[in-house]
Design a protein around this ligand. Sequence first.
Ligand code: TRP
Length: 325
Amino acid sequence: MRVLSGIQPTGRFHWGNYFGAIRQYIDLQDNDQAFYFIADLHALTTIRDPERLRELSRDAAVDLLALGLDPERATLFRQSDVPEIPELTWLLMTVTQMHLLEKCHAYKDKKAKGIAADAGLFTYPVLMAADILLYDSDIVPVGADQIQHIEVTRDIAQRFNSIYSEDVFVLPQSHVVEATGKIPGLDGEKMSSSYDNTIEVFLPPKKLRKKIMSIKTDSTPVEEPKDPDRCAVFALYRLFASEAEQAALAARYRAGGMGYGEAKQTLFEAADANFSPARAKREELVANPAVVDDVLRDGARRAREKGREVLDRARSACGLTRRAN
Ligand code: TRP
């Protein structure tokens, strides 16, 4: 069973990304064959600063490894290191109906706002279909916002198969990963880079503490009882604490006499302890860039090996020559 997902390097990972998706991806690496890649070709539709793209792509790889992605079990690569992807994208493009892409949300939203879209944004879902179909992926873990793209992938695969041959592409299933409960950001709204309210996973302790201290809370005085279920600090604490620890902090909220500053300090200590091993691992990887290069090189090699086989199947089905390898 092949599990595959792509991660766009559009910013440093924050708690919303980690608890909402990345942690689940890492847990899925125990499946037979997990492929994860840094979707730098997709990121080109939004990032136009080459230095920043290079840095963010690299950081994404380092962060994933530091957070526990194990290259012995999973294959990690950069999308742009697999030239079979853009080649397959073209083959798929020739059978993709415009109306499928016209209804996809990234493009539709832009158009609704009157912003001109590039062909890259319009055809983004076809590139994503190539990412998925190239390795006979069975399961694609994604956030709910990507379900539409997996549906489009299935439609494109089905159309190609029905025009040429039923045995070219495997139809993938989406597997929705979600955080348990809402992950609020600094302002209490859903944590998201578009709201500028994020807490990044790899903040050094001092900065982490400062961010946590800036979480918005209400103005209930210290002595008064407080409602943990309406407090962003408590919601975030739940991500790190055991049931017993959660119950203990909830009791202190309800008893009164505890200010939000104390709750924030408790959250800081839990988060800091939780991410401290990953931070140490990250430092080690940053000090040994060759290790990361090797992982990415080996990942691309493994991905291309499988990719060439599927691409050949597609080339041959539609009347192109097989590649001499
Ligand atoms: N579009 C996805 C996102 O923004 C990233 C992505 C690119 C992806 N290619 C993929 C996810 C293939 C799953 C499978 O989150």
